[in-house]
Write a protein that binds this ligand. Sequence first.
Ligand code: FAD
Length: 457
Amino acid sequence: MTAPILLWFRRDLRLADQAAVVAAAQSGAPVIPVYVLDDETPKHRKLGAASRWWLHGSLKSLARDLEAKGNRLILRRGAAAEVLAQLAQETGAREIHGLHHYEPWWRNAEKAIRRKGLDLHLYDGNFLIPPGTVTTGAGTPYRIYTPFWRQVQMRMPPAEPVAAPARIPAPDLWPASEMLSDWDLLPTRPDWAPGFRAEWTPGEGGAQDRLDAFLPCSSLYEERRNLPSRPGTSRLSPHLAFGEISPATLWHAAMYQGGSVGVFLSELGWRDYAQNIIAEFPDYGAHSAKPDFEAMPWRDAPDDLKAWQAGMTGYPIVDAGMRELWVSGWMHNRVRMIVASFLIKHLLIDWRHGEQWFWDTLVDADYGQNAVNWQWSAGSGVDANQFTRIMAPLTQSPKFEAGDYIRRWVPELAGLDEGEIHDPTPITRRRCSYPMPIVGHVEGRERALAAYRAIKG
Ligand SMILES: Cc1cc2nc3c(=O)[nH]c(=O)nc-3n(C[C@H](O)[C@H](O)[C@H](O)COP(=O)(O)OP(=O)(O)OC[C@H]3O[C@@H](n4cnc5c(N)ncnc54)[C@H](O)[C@@H]3O)c2cc1C
């Protein structure tokens, strides 16, 4: 009897253009697909609450799709290396197939699996190009996005996406599986997810629908992507974060659609860039890359942090973004940049507090993208961005036509006209029960610049 193969799913929850699925299906051996809910190996980086909500839907969808291929999904909990070794022993499997992932805890898990004598086969496909492939003339990884992207483009297009196999051979005997409903991934008391359900359909089918809806408008992307009041971006980020669609699929679909899709593709490039950074600096989510920043006199200001988290800072654009995040698990990119700058600079609160809040509340929370963008916002990263670049929320808000966005997410201000919506008068604030700014723009800016001067000596 041929020994079965374990097909290990992580954040690559799809059957199409998934090289490990293809390799396992073509091997001629029976395939046992498995997802391990591993809250041990990542330590304090276990999935946040919003990601857990997403994972539930994504696993349900994957299990359905596998059944349609004559197979099923086995669910287990525990440290991935232990669980997979145990499963291999139960089933007689010696090989494990999966996709490459670059978060430091997954690399540790992979080492531990190999140490147990299991034959782990890893394939590319969750990124346009495997991290570490393009390097500077000196052979070191790129730290600046623009030259990185120039080099990546020279190696594009990625290979054509491969369709899901028609059938995935199943074993005669199945190992036991846990029940998804026993994992308590969905919130119950209270159920804070109605806004999530209204906005998202996790799973490979949901990803394809989202792509189909975006493609006809993709040529407007460049013009609209910075306007939070307009539907201008793809909203594919959680699907990409959970690997429900491959970046190569997006690349080819956008190119086939035609029009000016270059800026959209370059945003996908930022995703690859972030993976390159965490592959080189595994601690990027925990430590500022510029060592000076470890001496930054961050404020310990729990009330200000709470006001920021709750969308009660008195800056309508900041509050709209933070409430959009809380209700829907997502926030527009331009607004992410504004709220991050506000936390770090106007409130002088350590960027790691913001990074952790996003980790818990974003449905697209991704270690690399989150850490790289927070360090970019702080000016503490390996890239060229500077701390002294301080975004003025009251200027950004009208500049990017955020009026309707604020009306939607800060309903107490919904009746205000363009003249007031971005910065209501004290009388209007009182009338609308909307708070006064927790810090003045000039005061916050000056305090931030003084702190920066202090670490620069
Ligand atoms: C402080 C901060 C934290 C962030 N944290 C995350 C995170 O945890 N997970 C995450 O997926 N994105 C993160 N981003 C990047 C970006 O905001 C989101 O990827 C984007 O808003 C997703 O919306 P979209 O799918 O409509 O993007 P589109 O504009 O349609 O772009 C297509 C895809 O490109 C990628 N992309 C776009 N912008 C960026 C970027 N700046 N950096 C890296 N990849 C990008 C995403 O995968 C996105 O889905 C963060 C940005 C900031 C400023």
